[in-house]
Design a protein around this ligand. Structure first.
Ligand code: HEC
Length: 115
């Protein structure tokens, strides 16, 4: 199987994340668990705070929960296509999707209109 550089990058991030999560102690509550998973799986591209660090990745902070949930499901099912997100989303359970949507949607964002 031939893989693109992008796919290799995502796979190596996922492997690193998997190793990290095996070493992490069990977390008490959902928010802490969600945060740890965000750090492991999403922050390299979207930031822990949802401000994208990878050019071309979306800012997620303050996004509507329903929207986040729908997009993650769409990437997982393949009805929305993106080489990187399809690989990431395939590993997610419904509970993971709920946690990620919760995490990013509850980050407070302030908006300032252009002058
Ligand atoms: C390797 C980089 C990478 C990782 C890791 C990654 N993403 Fe993404 N993500 C992207 C890119 C690039 C896009 C834009 C894709 C597109 O155009 O459809 C995106 C798009 C998204 C979108 C759609 C945003 C919108 O405005 O429609 C959501 C939601 C999202 N990512 C959530 C996550 C979550 C949650 C994680 C962790 C489980 C994660 N991503 C991990 C790169 C990444």
């Amino acid at each position: 199987m031939r893989m693109s550089k992008q796919e290799l990058l995502v796979l190596s991030l996922l492997l690193a994340a998997l190793c990290g999560s095996l070493l992490e102690p069990a977390l008490a509550d959902d928010a802490a668990a969600a945060r740890a998973k965000v750090r492991a799986l999403c922050q390299n591209c979207h930031g822990e705070d949802g401000v994208a660090v990878l050019p071309g990745a979306a800012n997620l902070s303050g996004q509507q929960k329903e929207y986040l949930r729908q997009q993650l499901r769409a990437y997982r099912s393949g009805s929305r296509l993106d080489a990187q997100m399809n690989i990431v989303a395939k590993t997610l359970t419904d509970a993971d999707i709920e946690n990620f949507a919760d995490w990013y949607s509850t980050i407070k964002v302030t908006v300032e209109m252009p002058k």
